[in-house]
Write a protein that binds this ligand. Structure first.
Ligand code: UT7
Length: 326
């Protein structure tokens, strides 16, 4: 079996900072509530002129540069997103064009809730393992704040925009050691964007009821997330014969600091090994893990040979985990 790993990593976080105090100006909320209930201090918003493909392209260029390959060497682009530029075409095709790679590689989107980047990375690595492709560009990108209702304090305060990208290729040492993917469609009603698809096309009624924005049952999603973060991690650790003490970095999806802490505690991972970026970037959905991985690296903390456990959960409901040697 070919060994697959990350040969290039890059991220892009929009410049516009939105603090909790900024939100207090138009929402019945408070800095204190947001900090204590979620751990978020500020988040980033994409510029009005920017959509998901724009954020994705910047992250992708950085990952390709980091991989020290030419863009022409990319065989496939997969974008994991919940906030595509349009329902179709795929955001990956728009990224392909922005990278001047039209006609030169395959491109498609994969929608798997917040674990979108975990799912795309697992899918992308299969093409390399099978020998079908050499280099796969995998991106988790979101202008997800556009999908949030600015009048709904229970969702609007949580999210931020961003993008993270990796180039996957065959590696001699390290790389992915295992993965675990999971979905439970019976819980799908807990986190939805009901309108704009074929079930409920856009209409005056949709406009009136604001169902073109995200709807979330926060406490049900919270319960699922705390349960899944430790369950799926434990399954993967067992599958790969790995002891939790051997994990150097735990990168959970950044949805709520309380979920992260509860998950880490259940797994027995000490705080200093847990990567937290939610305070700065909020929940950037499918972008949160690659953005956090790049954040860790930029701080010079990620060392060659480190064992990294990444785990995510979200709409679907889905969850996914990857264990890798950096
Ligand atoms: O990316 C994956 C998807 N997302 C998640 O994983 C999110 C999972 N869920 C959560 O993180 C939490 O459930 C929330 C942060 C969304 C909510 O926290 P909570 O501790 O579960 O609060 P709650 O929903 O039980 O609400 C408690 C109170 C309510 O008021 P009442 O009914 O007790 O009077 C809410 O109306 O807090 C109120 N509340 C707020 N107050 C101030 C909800 N949002 C806010 C807000 N500011 N932004």
């Amino acid at each position: 079996m070919r060994k697959v790993g990350i040969i290039g990593l890059g991220s892009y976080i929009p410049e516009k900072v939105v603090t909790n105090t900024d939100l207090e100006k138009f929402l019945d909320t408070s800095d204190e509530w947001i900090r204590t209930r979620t751990g978020i201090v500020e988040r980033r918003y994409a510029k009005e002129s920017e959509a998901t493909s724009d954020l994705a392209t910047i992250a992708a260029k950085r990952a390709i540069e980091d991989a020290k390959i030419s863009p022409e060497d990319i065989d496939l682009i997969i974008v994991g997103t919940n906030s595509p530029d349009m329902l179709y075409p795929a955001t990956a095709c728009l990224v392909q064009e922005k990278l001047n790679l039209s006609k030169k590689c395959a491109a498609f989107d994969l929608q798997a809730g917040c674990p979108g980047w975990i799912y795309t990375t697992v899918v992308g690595s299969q093409f390399i393992q099978s020998g079908a492709y050499k280099n796969v560009l995998v991106i988790g990108a979101e202008a997800i704040t556009r999908m949030m209702d600015p009048t709904d304090r229970s969702t609007y305060v949580l999210f931020g925009d961003g993008a993270g990208a990796v180039v996957l290729s065959e590696v001699e040492e390290g790389g992915f050691l295992g993965f675990e993917l999971f979905a439970d469609g019976s819980l799908s009603q807990y986190l939805t964007l009901p309108a704009g698809g074929s079930r409920k096309p856009f209409s005056e009624q949709v406009l009136k009821e604001r169902s073109y924005f995200t709807q979330m049952n926060g406490s049900e999603v919270f319960k699922f997330s705390v349960r899944e973060i430790s369950r799926i991690s434990s399954v993967l650790l067992e599958k790969t014969n790995t002891k939790i003490e051997d994990v150097d970095w735990f990168i959970p999806h950044q949805a709520n600091l309380r979920i992260i802490q509860a998950g880490a505690e259940k797994l027995g991972i000490p705080t200093e090994k847990v990567v937290v970026t939610i305070d700065k970037f909020g929940n950037s959905s499918a972008a949160s893990i690659p953005v956090s991985l790049d954040f860790l690296r930029k701080q010079d903390k990620l060392k060659k040979g480190d064992l990294v456990l990444m785990v995510s959960f979200g709409a679907g409901m889905t969850s996914g985990a990857i264990l890798m040697r950096w």
